[in-house]
Design a binder for this molecule. Structure first.
Ligand code: FA5
Length: 365
């Protein structure tokens, strides 16, 4: 900036020259109008209105003019800066309006578009059936009892009257835990050890349902899986008889499979019950009226599990006086019940976890 000078002639100061001021205004107007975006406009504004612009320079020169020259130069530069500021403001308003218009078009939301449906999972029918069975027995006043899947050999076999050399010990193909001859542990082969745990834990009267996962060295095929589910029922009280077992099973199957479905007890053998019986359920498809029924193979009955009066030796091993108390127990396979109930032909469908299979049983999440 030039210093104060009484003989200062504004016409001789290049920055204040009218032509130079007009040129600066013209250049600024062209820059403003040719800015195509708000960013370009910001850059142009900095060049033509910023501290280093020609008009800012001219404005600073006014201060150094003699008083007589200040008014005229000030008016000229002030008007020029005003025109430039107005041009930039107008262009800014135009560009902002264009941007807003573009956003409205580009980001428009079509509220009528049907959103893509996210596929939700389905609960597995084994879980649904298990919960349904639990609800039925809890509704009858029973309690739910649970035990570990890694079980002591003693509880899985010995306490259930399956001694080390008992041939029935081989009936269930067992996953022994290494070292097999010393660990004393197995993956439980049935839910019956929970019977013993319950009797060791509680005093009669005992009314419990023990659902859970069990393991056997069976190959996966149409009717077997090495990991499956059972639920065990156990009642120990004074004066319990087979009639109570039969009545409880009839109430249960009617609630699970439909009113009128009845059970039949067929003599059988389990080391932990005496007497023992297979539980057959009357065919819910033909009720025994169709010799060609594929569900029951024309027999009218379908085997769903085992049962019996708790063996005196099991009561004794579990700390219960068999002269005072009697009890019944039953164990049913959930996969088999599900297959029979819903006509599932192949166990693979149950274990593979395909959501298309599960959704057929309803969401119930
Ligand atoms: C038992 O496991 C006895 N603990 C049941 C019992 C409990 C009897 C209380 C008496 C008193 P079993 O080995 O039969 O019995 O098995 C019971 C059910 O499990 C069978 O009826 C069948 O439905 C199911 N099951 C057995 N093996 C398999 C398998 N590999 N895959 C799927 N389900 C199976």
């Amino acid at each position: 900036m030039s210093g104060p000078n009484t003989s200062y002639d504004p016409v001789e100061v290049a920055a204040l020259d009218p032509q130079a001021v007009d040129d600066a205004v013209s250049a600024a107007l062209v820059a403003a109008s040719s800015a195509g975006t708000l960013d370009e406009l910001r850059a142009a504004r900095s060049a033509h209105q910023g501290d280093r612009s020609a008009l800012a320079l001219a404005n600073r020169e006014i201060g150094a003019l003699p008083p007589s020259a200040k008014a005229e130069a000030g008016k000229r530069v002030g008007q020029a800066r005003g025109r430039v500021a107005a041009a930039f403001a107008a262009r800014q308003a135009e560009l902002e309006a264009e941007r807003d218009e573009r956003i409205l078009t580009e980001e428009a939301v079509d509220l009528t578009v049907v959103p893509p449906r996210r596929r939700v999972g389905a609960r597995h029918p084994i879980s649904l059936v298990t919960e349904r069975v639990e609800d039925i027995f809890v509704g009858l006043g029973w309690e739910i009892a649970e035990g570990p899947e890694l079980e002591s050999e003693w509880l899985n076999f010995d306490a259930l009257n399956l001694g080390p050399d008992h041939p029935a010990r081989q009936m269930q193909d067992t996953f022994f835990v290494e070292p097999a001859d010393r660990s004393g542990l197995v993956l439980r082969t049935h839910t019956s050890p929970v019977q013993v745990r319950t009797m060791l834990d509680r005093e009669p009267p005992i009314y419990v349902l023990c659902p859970g996962k069990v393991f056997r060295t069976d190959e996966l095929d149409a009717t077997h899986t090495p990991v499956f589910h059972q639920f065990e029922g156990l009642v120990v009280d004074e004066g319990i008889t087979m009639a109570h077992l039969k009545g409880s099973l009839d109430v249960f199957v009617a609630m699970l499979f439909g009113a009128g479905t009845v059970t039949r007890l067929r003599p059988s053998y389990f080391p932990f019950t005496e007497p023992s019986a297979e539980i057959d359920c009357q065919c819910w498809i033909c009720s025994g009226t169709d010799d060609s029924c594929r569900t029951c193979r024309g027999t009218g009955w379908i085997e769903v599990g085992g049962s019996g009066m708790v063996n005196r030796r099991v009561l004794t091993a579990s700390g219960i006086d068999p002269d005072h108390y009697t009890g019944f127990a039953f164990g049913l396979g959930i996969e088999r019940s599900l297959m029979l109930r819903h006509g599932v032909a192949d166990m693979h469908d149950i274990v593979e976890g395909d959501v298309r299979f599960s959704t057929q049983f309803g969401m119930e999440i």
